[in-house]
Design a protein around this ligand. Sequence first.
Ligand code: NAP
Length: 255
Amino acid sequence: MSYEPAPDLLKNRIVLVTGAGDGIGRTAALTFARHRATVILLGRTVEKLEQVYDDIVAANGPEPGIVPMDLEKAGQAEINELVQALIENYGRLDGLLHNASILGERVPFDHYSIEQWQRVMQVNCTAVFMLTRLLMPLLRESDDARVLFTSSSVGETPRAYWGAYAVSKYAMEGFAKLMADELENTSTIRVNILNPGGTRTAMRAKAYPAEDPNTLKTPDALMPLYLYLMGPDSREEHGRTFRADQIGDSLLSEE
Ligand code: NAP
């Protein structure tokens, strides 16, 4: 049996996607909008966000919002500005997809650049905490919010030569589990971790330059899983890790 998301699954939901300009985040933003969400597109390259905006509007999706933000540099003041704008424009947040991340270096840890380590930890972990922490009042205004953390198999079990990427995802998973535990009986916010597995994007090509991209699934194939976890059908899921490469066909599109 495969998951059949309702065409208007995300109607009236306000969903923020980080790293919405490219790769999996771009496809998720377009897909959420196709299922009637109002999507807030956060990313560091404005032209890419504008292209996604145009594509959503051209497909008659709800008008999205654009938030140019570099998660490596954004501090509390900048994120609070975003929070203020969301309060004024929408009054709540029904979904938060933590998707943006950077790969960093693939070298032994004793060759790893310390500056690079700090950048990767900032984007992939600390900024994820900061955004979640400061967006909590808006998430609490929703009666059925979802927070989705995007991890990786090296986040579950760090492996040699994956450096700060593995450690940042491992720490991010720790935060997601702590948050899920704290909210389990005190909130309707549902928190889950999603591991997309090998997917045809620029990041994957950088991590595995010799691999033939045609052997990989596209971001589109992941979208039933993303829709399930972002929408009302996943009400009972909380504190779980969903591994796209292990869940079989039920939540993945056939290509
Ligand atoms: P991608 O193609 O490299 O896209 C990453 C997105 O994040 C881009 O839109 C990028 O913006 C944005 N981003 C990076 N640094 C940022 C910053 N400092 N501030 C704001 N936005 C920033 O990566 P992807 O493959 O789609 O990966 C999406 C998620 O899935 C990541 O969390 C990744 O770790 C995870 N994942 C991917 C795979 C895979 O095989 N692809 C496997 C496991 C896990 P720009 O476009 O401006 O660079």
